[in-house]
Each structure stands twice: as structure tokens, then as C-alpha cells.
Design a protein around this ligand. Structure first.
Ligand SMILES: [Cu+2]
Length: 80
């Protein structure tokens, strides 16, 4: 994963993976990690970065290789 800040200091964090990387304006940082279990995990900003800090977040979805391989077919079915 590559992380770069565009405004102020942030910190990309997936607590359940025990990974965190500062997003520094002007510098591209990187980290590697391998999720071991399928599931849905929280992404959070771990640096108090401003008024929108509480809204900074997301989800990581980890799928099995079998589920990932079946994903394109499920998209085609959804379009029909
Ligand atoms: Cu923040």
C-alpha cells in the first residue's frame, strides 16, 4: 500500500491488522501486509487531523480466493 497526504498529517490505520502509516504531505510512504482471515475490517484515521477527522474511515473487505474468483460472474448476474 502506498500512502500520501495532500493537506495535513493523517494516519492510515487498520487496527485489527495492527498496521498504521502516517500520511505526510509531500512524502509517499509504503507498507506491506497480508490479511490472514476473510472478513470486514475498519479503516480509521489515527491522527487528529481537523474538523472532518471523525468522518475519516472506511472498510476493508478480505475475501477467500474462491470468493474473489467468483466475483466477476456475480457482477454479470447483477447486470441482467
Ligand atoms: Cu484524522
Amino acid at each position: 500500500m502506498r500512502i500520501r497526504g495532500r493537506d495535513v498529517l493523517h494516519s492510515f490505520s487498520i487496527p485489527e491488522f495492527r498496521v498504521k502509516l502516517d500520511a505526510v504531505p509531500g512524502i509517499t510512504g509504503g507498507m506491506n501486509f497480508t490479511p490472514l482471515r476473510p472478513g470486514e475490517y475498519e479503516i480509521a484515521c489515527a491522527e487528529l487531523c481537523g474538523m472532518g477527522h471523525y468522518r475519516m474511515g472506511g472498510r476493508v473487505f478480505v475475501h477467500t480466493p474462491e470468493d474473489f474468483d467468483a466475483w466477476p460472474a456475480s457482477l454479470k448476474e447483477a447486470q441482467q
